[in-house]
Design a protein around this ligand. Sequence first.
Ligand SMILES: [Zn+2]
Length: 172
Amino acid sequence: MDDFDSSKYFLGTLCKRGHRYNDTNFSLRCLSGKEECCVCVKEYRKEWYLKNKEHVKEHKKEWYLKNKEHVKEHSKEWNLKNKEHAKEHSKKWYLKNKEHAKEHSKKWYLKNKEHKKEYRKKWYLKNKEHAKEHRLTNMKMRWTDELTIMMREGEKELERLTLLKPSHTKGV
Ligand SMILES: [Zn+2]
């Protein structure tokens, strides 16, 4: 036999529709209200719904059409009220937690700063040799570049001097 919640139900006399509880000669009845058979109540509800389905729908629709404007107005009002309330609430929260939030972000920054420093240090140690090599190459390249520029400038200077020579000037 299945257990039933004895705080809500009890086994009463067999109902009009003869809904037996398992194989007993009793019906499971609700302790509350009219102590009706549970299965009957379910059936009644279903029957009523099926019978009144269209009517309920129609009624709901009618109610909605009748109260449409009111509902709209009401929800608008509610939204506005709620918006102000939410704003007020977040403002209050901010003021209350301002110091805390500040402190928190400061702590986060400090913690992160250390972490970043640590990370950079670790990266450097790991890539020290590589970084050195890289820097050296960079320096060499820069030096070569500078030399090239100097040489070019020297050539230009030489060219200018050559052009200034009277033998190369064209008569005006
Ligand atoms: Zn019944």
